[in-house]
Design a protein around this ligand. Structure first.
Ligand SMILES: [Zn+2]
Length: 283
């Protein structure tokens, strides 16, 4: 009994020791996000450098989004088109059935009229007077006209059936083609999404970490410029004496100031933050 108690106590002590050993001496210092004073303490040079790195990451994310951005719409368009064609084929087939029914009805009419003509002809053999003869003759003539009319209609409807059948065939070919397109676009989209998902998540995580090192006011203005800029650039280098965002010339004195890296300088024309190429690490 006593032995057991002792060993339990020992175990407890071991546990405590283990906890003490693994716990960092001051758990806060390592993981605490940099506070305001720390971000403002960064030199202008470092701020600009961080901001430019952030820009590169965000541009990369933009690229991924653009790459994927078009595809969902293309897939949607194709899905709509395929559905539209399906409805069209369905409607045409209903029309075709109706036409075929009408042709069938006209055939029945011909049979009926032919039977009547036969009947009237036998009656003609037994007429008792001219009046009966005339009346029967008129009926025969009338049924003959009915037969001709029905035959004419059948010819017309048959031509319509032919046209409609051709149209349905065209639609079906188109439908099959679109179906193939849709399948490949869908596969492409799935592939791109799965391929870029991890990459995008990693970039977002890195960007988030970097954003924490940039002072909120600078970050906010950077994001505002980025949002209004069509190319998504909030910070740009000087390229051939011009702003890398709007390509307007930058006066030599301003270029000098930018190279001094003593304050954040924006382009007079587009408002983008300017960084010298050397600091940005580009040629
Ligand atoms: Zn500019």
């Amino acid at each position: 009994m006593a032995k057991k108690e002792q060993s339990a106590e020992q175990k407890e002590q071991k546990k405590k020791k283990a906890v003490e050993q693994t716990a960092p001496e001051s758990p806060k210092t390592g993981v605490r996000p940099k506070d305001k004073s720390e971000t403002t303490d960064l030199s202008i040079e470092q701020k600009l450098k961080n901001l430019y790195s952030l820009q590169l990451m965000l541009s990369e994310i933009d690229k991924i989004k653009t790459l994927r951005g078009e595809l969902p719409y293309e897939v949607q368009d194709l899905e709509d088109e395929v559905a539209g064609l399906q409805t069209r084929i369905h409607n045409f087939q209903a029309d075709l059935k109706e036409l075929e029914n009408t042709v069938g009805q006209q055939r029945i009419k011909i049979t009926d009229s032919t039977n009547l003509v036969e009947k009237y002809k036998t009656q003609l053999d037994n007429v008792r007077n001219n009046r009966e003869f005339d009346s029967l003759s008129k009926e025969i003539e009338y049924q003959g006209l009915e037969i001709e009319l029905a035959e004419k209609r059948i010819r017309e409807f048959t031509a319509d059936v032919k046209l409609l059948t051709e149209e349905i065939q065209k639609c079906k070919t188109f439908y099959d083609d679109r179906k193939i397109d849709l399948k490949s676009k869908k596969e492409e989209l799935t592939e791109i999404v799965s391929e870029t998902k991890i990459q995008e998540e990693q970039l977002r995580e890195k960007a988030k970490q970097l954003e924490a090192t940039i002072e909120p006011r600078l970050l906010a203005s950077f994001k505002r410029i980025r949002k209004s800029a069509r190319n998504g650039l909030g910070i740009v280098t000087i390229q051939r004496d011009a702003c890398g965002g709007c390509f307007n010339k930058i006066p030599p004195q301003r270029q000098m100031d930018i190279k001094l890296r003593k304050k954040t300088i924006v382009c007079e024309h587009c408002g983008r933050i300017l960084i010298d190429s050397e600091l940005a690490g580009v040629e």
